[in-house]
Design a protein around this ligand. Structure first.
Ligand SMILES: [Zn+2]
Length: 224
């Protein structure tokens, strides 16, 4: 069951306890960031909030974000994640610098490959709000195992976000605690770098094909 919360003016957070989406309602259209699991019923939740046309923009194409895409029919998604979408959905490219304005928000696209090759963040400079998908989290676990992941790129992307951290006040990740402070970008980076250097000890995950590595602040699920 999705919980809907009006977080700030025109900005709704949809949360089914596993993953969250963001809906911004403007005057003529609404903007939805991510679509949840196939059984999250994000479409119904959106319909209960607005009957305006909805534009979908995607942080990345993991199943917990792209599972509801077929209900919306089309989305903007970074091309590097297109091969992850199995359903018949109209995909339109999403690139660095693409801007989406709606309901007093101005979301700018930032490419942050690593968690997936096509991962993107959305940043409202004026509101100092960052939507990083899964790439920034308070404690994680951040999934970095299996196909579609690249730890080197993740580290590079965290560095790119770190350069913006001074302009960020609020980060709303798609999983676990929110909102979180901008310090967590650097904390995730520090722990990912330690993971890369082989300094973290991994424990076999009880059922996922990966090991759990706990850094000072962040847990990563990783398999190399
Ligand atoms: Zn996710």
């Amino acid at each position: 069951m999705i919980q809907v919360r009006l977080f700030t003016d025109n900005f709704y957070i949809l949360d089914d306890g596993r993953v969250r989406q963001f809906l911004i309602v403007g005057e003529k259209k609404a903007l939805l960031v991510d679509t949840g699991f196939p059984d999250s019923h994000v479409y119904e939740a959106v319909q209960s909030i607005t009957d305006l046309p909805v534009q979908v923009i995607m942080t990345h194409a993991d199943i917990d974000h792209a599972g509801g895409l077929k209900d919306f029919g089309s989305c903007r998604l970074h091309e590097a994640d297109w091969n992850m979408v199995k359903e018949d959905v109209r995909l339109e490219p999403l690139r660095e610098g693409d801007v989406f304005e709606c309901g007093g928000y101005r979301l700018e696209t930032i490419e942050i490959p690593g968690h997936t090759y096509g991962s993107t963040a959305f940043f409202d400079r004026e509101k100092k709000l960052l939507l990083p998908g899964d790439s920034v989290q308070k404690a994680g676990p951040i999934y970095m195992f299996g196909a579609h992941r690249d730890l080197d790129l993740y580290i590079e992307s965290q560095r790119k976000l770190c350069a913006l951290a001074g302009q960020v006040e609020t980060i709303i990740p798609c999983h676990h605690e929110y909102p979180i402070r901008p310090e967590y970008i650097g904390r995730n980076l520090e722990d990912a770098a330690a993971l890369k250097r082989g300094e973290l000890r991994g424990e076999k995950h009880p059922y996922l094909p990966c090991r759990s590595y706990k850094g000072k602040w962040t847990e990563f699920y990783y398999d190399k």
